[in-house]
Design a protein around this ligand. Structure first.
Ligand code: UT7
Length: 324
């Protein structure tokens, strides 16, 4: 079949390390609670970097890693829910800052933490019309912009970062994807922060603080159920057994979610990559950051079988199967 190949990967993490110990100084929490409930020890938070700055850095590094000519990039798809502007999109500004062709199809996509996998699937669909070209898929989020640092149930979880991958089609590689969308604006949401200035508007909407709100235990249950469901469906479609998979790259939301998923799938935990301890939950960036780190550390051999799986706001989820 014609599937996808990841030609190159890159990432950017802000320098500032926000440790559990530092969080202890601003909310009632402690390292023991955070570590045992989530596996997170530290996370990076932007100190002046914009979403575009982080994305430009991760994309430059992915293009360099792929060793391709920028002229061969036909699409830039940026998965984010924390754009610097309502418009322009991060992707469009990446066209400018990376010096890409004007003919590049550049747009942002919002599927929260599942965004990178939704972006990869969109890239796959688009590239089928231009099979000799590449797509740049970016997962990037500046979650610290929308965190309430007085809410200990969320501010300890998230970090900032950006990851990118250059994706091409390959006629001898597999690619399968199972998406899921369940509309829900009560378990996990982040209201937009617009104060309308329209003098003719008589019916004012109640405005809420522009911060992430999450019913953690509900989302935990949704996560473990959807991971099992969509990975099983994807592998059944591909005709590949769980035991054949070399690497499971799951959205880094909680180490306990990953451990539970491994158990339910009957796969050894050693095959599940984890870097949540140092970066926390970086939303749409977590999977491409993981791919870049694994690639940089030489963890992939050509042809390795990979399952990537994400879940998050929307609610959205998805699992893809491809070879590296
Ligand atoms: O990327 C998007 C997808 N997101 C996720 O997948 C996240 C899924 N959810 C989770 O990872 C977990 O539900 C959390 C890590 C968010 C929370 O863990 P939990 O085991 O579900 O804890 P909980 O929310 O049930 O809270 C247990 C207790 C509560 O106290 P009481 O009511 O039992 O007295 C909380 O108030 O822990 C308390 N608590 C804290 N204590 C110390 C909540 N946050 C903290 C904290 N430090 N930071």
């Amino acid at each position: 079949m014609t599937g996808i190949k990841i030609a190159g990967t890159g990432s950017y993490l802000p320098e500032f390390e926000l440790t559990n110990e530092l969080l202890e100084t601003i909310v009632e929490t402690n390292d023991e609670w955070i570590t045992s409930r989530t596996g997170i020890k530290s996370r990076r938070t932007a100190d002046g970097e914009t979403n575009l700055f982080m994305s430009t850095a991760s994309c430059k590094s992915a293009i360099e890693n792929a060793g391709i000519d920028k002229k061969d990039i036909a699409a830039v798809i940026c998965a984010t829910f924390t754009n610097d502007y309502y418009t322009p999109s991060v992707a469009c500004l990446l066209q400018r800052d990376l010096g890409l062709n004007e003919g590049t199809l550049a747009f942002d996509l919002n599927a929260a933490c599942s965004g990178f996998l939704y972006g990869m699937h969109t890239a796959y669909s688009l590239l089928r019309n231009t099979p000799d070209k590449y797509a740049l898929v970016v997962g990037t989020d500046l979650v610290s912009n929308v965190l309430d640092y007085t809410d200990r149930s969320t501010c300890i979880l998230f970090g900032d970062g950006s990851g990118a991958a250059v994706i091409g089609l390959d006629k001898d590689s597999p690619y399968y994807f199972t998406p899921g969308s369940i509309g829900n604006d009560t378990s996990l949401y982040c209201p937009s922060n617009v104060t309308p200035n329209n003098p003719f508007r008589k019916n004012k909407r109640k405005s809420s603080a522009p911060f992430i709100f999450m019913e953690g235990s509900e989302v935990f249950k949704f996560a473990v159920e959807s991971i099992k469901k969509c990975i099983s469906q994807t592998l059944a479609a591909a005709g590949v057994a769980i035991g054949e998979i070399d690497h499971f790259v799951l959205h880094q939301a909680n180490g306990r979610i990953i451990a539970t998923a491994a158990k339910r799938l009957g796969a050894p935990i050693e095959k599940f990559f984890m870097n949540i301890g140092k970066y926390g939950n970086t939303s749409a960036a977590s999977i491409p950051i993981a791919l870049a780190e694994m690639n940089q550390n030489g963890m992939f051999r050509r042809g390795d079988k990979v399952v990537a799986c994400a879940f998050g706001g929307g609610l959205t989820y998805g699992a893809s199967y491809f070879t590296f």
